[in-house]
Design a protein around this ligand. Structure first.
Ligand SMILES: [Zn+2]
Ligand SMILES: [Zn+2]
Length: 109
């Protein structure tokens, strides 16, 4: 029986293209004045790491993380997810790094 390789060079190229699209989406959101304003305002309202707080620790938050990655969406839907304050969480560097290490989707934001 012939063995069919699951990862053909063609699929490799497609994966790279998808990674490129996600990179462009992240750049579009994170370089926007709207995001800078919004994340700064979010940190003012949530000055402490929300994950450390759940463990009873008081640690200043430095990053704003999306609970649901907007890179999985397109167009208006992507912007709605990216700029939804309910989708954000304020984190310290350590918690943020950990979330991304454990995330299956390595390119989560
Ligand atoms: Zn933390
Ligand atoms: Zn993140």
């Amino acid at each position: 029986m012939p063995y069919i390789r699951r990862h053909t060079p063609r699929e490799g190229r497609r994966e790279r293209e998808l990674a490129d699209i996600k990179r462009r989406k992240r750049r579009k959101v994170y370089a926007s004045a709207r995001w800078r304003r919004m994340s700064a305002a979010y940190l003012l309202r949530h000055p402490l790491c929300e994950q450390c707080m759940q463990r009873g620790l008081t640690v200043p938050a430095v990053d704003v993380h999306h609970r649901v990655s907007f890179t999985a969406f397109d167009g208006m839907q992507m912007l709605a997810v990216a700029y939804n304050p309910d989708n954000l969480v304020a984190l310290c560097k350590e918690c943020h790094t950990k979330i991304h290490l454990h995330a299956k989707e390595k390119d989560a934001v």
